[in-house]
Ligand binder design. Structure first.
Ligand code: GDP
Length: 636
């Protein structure tokens, strides 16, 4: 445990250290010792937990992987390795996150031990980050991402907003492109992500960085809804981010707003004027017409969302972009999500850690503090982190190092563990009450088949698991489809199309399941089976042993192979393959398996046996009989 505690890392017990703005605020409630009734799986008995428990043992107690527990801890801002001990209160939070109900050991045993809350601080508490304190929550600026079809004016809009609201007001301020910028509109701040497009938006989301609060969907009034507009809508909806439509190029003579409004309605985007809840603002990035209205609306939507953060706590942020710069070293643009990032803070960013040597804002100004929703470039990391990586302030270097190493391990393990679910797994999860919905991205060769499939899917019974087609479109399965599926834990269903090369790469690296069909009936059947939980498990072959033919005998018309089991086991009930000179020459079943004169159920390696193959007498000395079984591939 560190001797001197940094100011923003309170001891696990007792009141939090206060900062200036805390004065007068009521002290936070003491940690809860009482059992927390969590969203437990139906019928599951509460898990009895001791006052302190190792992370690994907690995973065992819940019968979940240790990665799940560590991930839950990370979500709570607590970096702990599997060998570290956490206290009951922390375990309760983990339980809540994972959906378990727990009771403390002494309650379960009806003991009258000392109050849990008075226990001395266990070891792992030293790295507990503070939570957002409800009493200290303050409004934060909304984070906006611009989406839409190519050439509809996304970049122009970002530039126009930046020019009118920054350069004009900041005397001498030179706008820096750092990946995000913040403007002020009628005294309210709005943060804009500088990389437009749903690919970047969803790629960040797939990495766990859902930083966007509002999606501005740019639709050119002269061109209307186009394929990428539809994709953008699906991506924003899948992320559950509210949409504001910026109907751009309104200055053009062939602008046709009414047509666009109708097209949007067809895509499930019903604007307020049509009785829906999506605001639409006519704008022109060229003439700047309507930009102020757009900002008014964005601020309004932000108000409805009640976006808040705790500026007093240790900062948590996300990397928006990062690169190596000569003379400056690794530079990372961080969007602070909550807390305040300060120069000199010890931080862990993804798998790297270091001290924030300097901070530069989107106007090139050196700053010492960055509040929530403020994008800022940080210098001082030894390595370039990845976009989407989480930044956390750590109490000391040792903790930062441990957290970075843990993240490295987690990623090494995570390659398998974090793989999005397959159709089979989704149903398994649904059965356990973890998933109530099967999400699919549907791509078909032509509009006609797409409509037919969509129509039939809608008619499938959805009693146990609901079906949610988060995106559908015509054409091959693209990288954007795969990233969307990865970010949304969806399965891709393709009909009469293929996976393009970049999409295949992303599918391989993310483990997204892509199912291709040539027959609509089979597609519907599989989805229905998944929904009903009858999806046949994938059958795989497992070789269980080999026997070498040492001599052959003839009994009537039957050839008996006198064999030596050279490895594994030969089972009477197994399938068998006859291999000659490395080439399989027969595939079938065992007709009989004998040890000396007796029938045997199985014969192990090192023992002799007599084998008759069912269906062939063509067996020769030197042949290999390979025994195998076909079994359901284990889930997960
Ligand atoms: P992006 O691909 O969506 O980022 O689109 P751009 O911002 O690059 O804009 C595409 C083209 O449309 C450029 O030639 C812009 O000058 C033009 N453009 C963008 N906004 C407007 C607008 O409001 N009015 C007109 N007339 N042209 C625009």
């Amino acid at each position: 445990m560190p001797k001197a505690r940094p100011r923003r890392f309170p001891p696990p017990r007792g009141p939090r250290p206060r900062r200036r703005s805390d004065r007068g605020a009521p002290p936070p409630p003491p940690p809860q010792a009482a059992p927390v009734v969590a969203l437990a799986p139906e019928g599951a008995a509460p898990v009895v937990l001791p006052r302190q428990i190792r992370v690994e043992d907690l995973a065992k107690a819940f019968d979940v992987s240790v990665v799940d527990v560590i991930r839950a801890l990370v979500n709570m801002g607590l970096m702990a390795t599997k060998n570290e001990t956490i206290d009951y209160d922390t375990a309760v939070l983990v339980a809540t996150e994972l959906g378990f109900e727990v009771v403390p050991e002494q309650v379960a045993a009806e003991e009258t031990g000392p109050e849990i809350a008075e226990e001395p601080a266990p070891a792992a508490q030293k790295i507990l980050w503070t939570d957002d304190d409800p009493a200290r929550l303050r409004e934060r600026a909304p984070v906006v991402t611009v989406l839409g079809h190519v050439d509809h004016g996304k970049t122009s809009l970002l530039d126009a907003v930046r020019q009118t609201n920054i350069t004009a007001r900041e005397s001498g301020g030179i706008t820096q492109h750092i990946g995000a910028y913040q403007i002020e509109h009628k005294g309210r701040k709005v943060t804009w992500i500088d990389t437009p497009g749903h690919q970047a938006f969803t790629a960040m989301r797939a990495r766990g960085a859902s930083i966007t609060d509002i999606a501005v969907l740019v639709v050119a009034a002269d061109d209307g809804v186009q394929p990428q507009t539809i994709e953008a809508i699906s991506h924003a909806k899948a992320a559950e981010v509210p949409i504001v439509v910026a109907l751009n190029k309104i200055d053009k003579s062939d602008a046709d707003p009414e047509r666009v409004k109708g097209q949007l309605a067809e895509q499930g985007v019903t604007i307020e004027e049509y009785g829906g809840d999506v605001p639409l603002v006519p704008v022109s990035a060229r003439t700047k017409q309507g930009l102020e209205d757009l900002l008014d609306v964005i601020v309004l939507v932000a108000d409805v969302r009640d976006l808040k953060a705790d500026p007093e706590r240790a900062a948590i942020g996300n990397v928006v972009e990062a690169h190596l710069e000569s003379g400056r070293g690794p530079v990372a643009t961080i969007l602070v999500r909550t807390g305040t990032l300060e120069r000199g803070d010890q931080v862990v960013v993804g798998t790297t850690y270091g001290r924030v040597r300097a901070m530069v804002d989107d106007r090139g100004k050196t700053i010492n503090r960055a509040e929530p929703s403020r994008p800022v470039e940080i210098l001082g990391l030894p390595r370039v982190p990845e976009a989407g990586d989480v930044l956390r302030v750590a109490p000391d270097e040792k903790t930062a190092k441990a957290a970075a190493e843990e993240e490295q391990r987690r990623r090494a393990e995570g390659a398998a563990g974090e793989r999005p679910a397959t159709l089979d797994e989704m149903f398994a999860q649904a059965k356990e009450g973890k998933t109530k919905e099967l999400k699919i991205v549907l791509k078909a060769d032509v509009q006609g088949s797409l409509e037919a499939i969509r129509g039939s899917l809608a008619k499938l019974p959805q009693d146990e698991v609901g079906l949610n087609v988060i995106h559908s479109g015509v054409g091959d399965v693209t990288e954007s489809d795969v990233t969307l599926a990865a970010a949304s834990n969806a399965v891709i269903v393709g009909f009469n199309n293929k996976l393009d090369a970049p999409a295949k790469r992303v599918a391989d690296s993310t483990g997204v399941e892509v199912r291709s069909y040539k027959v609509i009936y089979e597609l519907l059947d599989d989805v229905q089976k998944a929904l009903l939980g009858m999806l046949e498990p994938e059958m795989v072959e497992q070789v269980i042993g080999h026997a070498e033919v040492r001599q052959t005998f003839t009994a009537g018309k039957t050839t008996i192979a006198g064999c030596m089991v050279v490895d594994g086991v030969i089972r009477r009930a197994a399938q068998a393959r006859l291999i000659r000179g490395g080439v399989p020459v027969f595939d079938g079943r065992l007709g009989s398996l004998k040890r000396f004169k007796d029938d045997a159920r199985e014969v192990n390696a090192g023992l002799e046996c007599g084998i008759v193959l069912d269906g062939t007498n063509d067996v020769a000395v030197g042949d290999i009989i390979e025994a195998y079984v076909i079994q359901a591939k284990p889930r997960g």
